[in-house]
Write a protein that binds this ligand. Structure first.
Ligand code: LIP
Length: 285
């Protein structure tokens, strides 16, 4: 695939966007299959990060190694940013942002809600929001579900040999909305988040805490959640899911009027977005 000098030209090139989406799906599926087939019988914790509960397994590391190697083969001039440390500067203006296992604690506990998240973005991927996703795939191997999207081309779910276009639900008010959220690994942050969810709970239909931001965002896209919000997630947790949710009709932001970021990520069906954002915004700072 010939590379142009201006990466922004890809925004007007549906064929190239489709090619990037297919690469994202291919490598996400390969990594997803690896973490299932090669899972050791006695999987342990290889390392911890921000706290004793923020764990890394050998399969997080092997999955990211596969993603790094395959993307270097398929897209040698693109950059790379991975949760477990993979990093490569971009020559093309495009960067792949990957989470080798999003929902690592679920994976460790053999809870099926985990995924490989692969996004390709345009812009400065070194920061929280100086980039925009142009193609994405989130593959949940335990459920054999492939969520994907390309900018301006909608979002789909591939499962059981069937491809379905994804569209958000249409709840008319927050009290009828099923809302996903998540919590950080630090006790002090969790106390703040608990206070916010305690205020929200009586105002919503119900709350779900799945454990994978990437899948929570895809579940909003597919109408399995009406909205999702979380404070403290990283670029690799959301880079793919935020495009998939937006392409399915969700309003995706940080605080109202801001891009999603470390402080806050919201993806919501349009009619409940403003009410949810007013409940969870600002207080998460
Ligand atoms: C996870 C996020 C999730 C959050 C978890 C964890 P990880 O990412 O996807 O939304 O609530 O605490 O951070 O650590 O499994 O890649």
């Amino acid at each position: 695939m010939a590379e142009t000098t201006d990466p922004h030209e890809i925004l007007n090139d549906p064929v190239r966007l489709i090619e990037l989406r297919e690469i994202a799906k291919r490598v996400a599926r390969e990594a997803g299959e690896l973490i299932v087939t090669d899972r050791p019988t006695a999987l342990g914790v290889a390392d911890t990060k921000s706290s004793e509960t923020d764990v890394v397994t050998v399969m997080d590391q092997r999955s990211e190694q596969l993603l790094r190697e395959r993307l270097a083969e398929l897209r040698p001039h693109d950059g790379l940013l991975g949760e477990e440390g993979a990093s490569r500067p971009s020559e093309s203006g495009l960067t792949w942002i990957v989470d080798p296992i999003d929902g690592t604690v679920n994976y460790l506990y053999e809870h099926p809600f985990y995924a490989v998240s692969v996004a390709v973005v345009i812009g400065d991927a070194s920061g929280e929001d100086g980039w925009d996703t142009v193609a994405a795939a989130v593959y949940a191997p335990a459920m054999d579900e492939m969520f994907s999207a390309a900018l301006g081309q909608g979002a789909t779910l591939e499962a059981d040999g069937v491809t379905t276009d994804l569209h958000v639900n249409d709840p008319h008010e927050l009290s009828l909305a099923l809302i996903g959220t998540g919590f950080g690994y630090a006790a002090q942050k969790r106390a703040v988040q608990a206070a916010i969810v305690a205020e929200l709970l009586p105002k919503a239909r119900d709350i779900r805490r799945g454990g994978s931001a990437a899948l929570d965002l895809c579940f909003v896209a597919g109408g399995r959640l009406d909205a999702y919000y979380e404070s403290g997630i990283n670029a690799w947790d959301r880079a793919a899911g935020q495009l998939i949710a937006a392409e399915a009709g969700a309003i995706v932001s940080g605080e109202i009027g801001e891009k999603p970021g470390k402080n806050l990520t919201i993806a919501a069906a349009p009619k409940v977005y403003a009410e949810l954002a007013s409940c969870v915004g600002a207080k998460t700072r």
